[in-house]
Design a protein around this ligand. Structure first.
Ligand code: T46
Length: 140
């Protein structure tokens, strides 16, 4: 499946606590055009239910716990983001859902492109058709 779990560099600081950071193209396989974050979400809420045609993203959860469900039309995998030091890079073409496990968890996303609704596929049957054509090399 087209994703990668990465460890976000983290230092134990002299003052209490830890500090995590990432540095543009040193950390990412793409240059960041947009950052957004999702917050004030109650536990058990689900979001997502879409795929992206070209967008690459890095998701991380600096506070709380969010499960990411990935589906490539054949297999499903789930990744638990409950540690601020862990991120997940999602390649284009993956169907994703997110579930909030704890009230007010924050999901942050660094994205390779500006917001463009035309990049979304929000219908699952349309998604299956899209990846079928993609595999035949008809989409580029
Ligand atoms: C994704 C997951 C992880 C904007 O106006 N600008 C933006 O940059 C974004 C991301 C969204 N929006 C608008 C579009 C919708 O009217 O915000 C509204 C909610 O978006 P959506 O329902 O797509 O939110 P999620 O949480 O289902 O999905 C979001 C991202 O949209 C998506 O790219 O991969 O987080």
């Amino acid at each position: 499946m087209q994703y990668e779990v990465i460890e976000i560099k983290t230092v134990q600081t002299e003052k209490e606590g830890q500090l995590s950071f990432f540095e543009g193209e040193k950390t990412f396989p793409f240059s960041i055009k947009r950052i957004y974050y999702i917050h004030h979400v109650p536990a058990e809420a689900r979001r997502g239910a879409h795929a992206h045609k070209t967008l690459e993203q890095m998701l991380f959860c600096p506070y709380g716990s969010v499960t990411i469900f990935l589906n490539n039309g054949e297999n499903e995998e789930e990744i638990l983001l409950d540690n601020p030091n862990i991120g997940i890079i999602l390649k284009p073409g993956l169907w994703r859902d997110m579930r909030w496990n704890i009230d007010n968890s924050v999901l942050c996303v660094a994205a390779s492109q500006y917001y463009d609704e035309n990049d979304y596929i929000r219908d699952y049957d349309e998604y299956l058709e899209y990846i079928k054509n993609d595999k035949k090399g008809e989409i580029k």
